[in-house]
Write a protein that binds this ligand. Structure first.
Ligand code: SF4
Length: 240
């Protein structure tokens, strides 16, 4: 089987533990207006590569996987083409490589791959399904079901919340997220709040697409207030 890769490179500790080969797989199930990799959203594009060839390439770089590193699959959405995704993870595991996945968790079959993922990062963009759909094009039901399953079935889970002003970053939003994570039984996960940035703006413009976020930046104070509510509620906040 093949996957399409639109970007790859090494990165230390930002996309999972240690020094990692980060593979960005082409295609995404969502359409977030703040996406920093809009070139990876469309299913077409990227370089088509056999999963076995990618795993062999990763194994050849094994000496670079220091400090507990390995390979991270991200995107786009790496679990979108689920069969190829699990095949690639299986090939990496066969070679003894530590695997990490960064996912929007819209793929309902994600739990089938838990056994192949050493380090799982799930993005949780909004607690309310209608708002999630209005901004990203899809509701959050599968995302929440996957978080619940991961919290129940896995020892490790890392949840990331991209904070965007006017979308999900107010104190009320923080309280609603906290309530949600408790309801999902995910109090033991690691949490990371990510400040809105505009690294993708130039790429959207280059692709001839309109960058629709007007002012998503959040202040240091708003960020502090948001994370304090989660931490006071007993969640473990980490920074990468
Ligand atoms: S889920 Fe991630 S890759 Fe997909 S559109 Fe949203 S930000 Fe971009």
């Amino acid at each position: 089987m093949t996957v399409r890769v639109f970007q790859k490179g090494f990165n230390f500790s930002q996309d999972g533990p240690g020094n990692r080969l980060v593979l960005h797989l082409q295609g995404c199930t969502l359409r977030c207006p703040w996406c920093s990799n809009p070139e990876g959203i469309d299913e077409a594009g990227g370089e088509e590569i056999q999963t076995s060839a990618l795993a062999a390439e990763a194994a050849a770089s094994a000496k670079l996987f220091f400090s507990g590193g390995g390979v991270t699959l991200t995107g786009g959405e790496p679990a979108m083409c689920f069969e190829a995704f699990t095949e690639l993870l299986g090939e990496l595991k066969k070679k003894g490589i530590h695997t990490a996945v960064e996912t929007n968790a819209v793929q309902p079959r994600l739990p089938e791959a838990f056994g192949l993922i050493d380090y799982l990062m799930i993005d949780c963009k909004h607690y309310d399904s209608d708002t999630h759909e209005r901004f990203t094009g899809s509701g959050n039901e599968a995302v929440l079901a996957n978080i619940e399953a991961a919290a129940r079935e896995r020892q490790q889970l890392h949840i990331r919340i991209p904070l965007i002003k006017g979308f999900n970053a107010s104190p009320d939003d923080a309280r609603a997220f906290l309530k949600l994570f408790r309801r999902l039984g995910a109090e033991k996960a690691d949490y990371e709040a990510l400040k809105y940035h505009e690294y993708g703006r130039g790429k959207w413009e280059k692709l001839g697409l309109e960058y629709k976020v007007k002012d998503g930046f959040i202040s240091k104070r708003a960020f502090g207030a948001f994370t304090k509510i989660l931490a006071d509620g007993g969640l473990r906040l980490i920074a990468t």
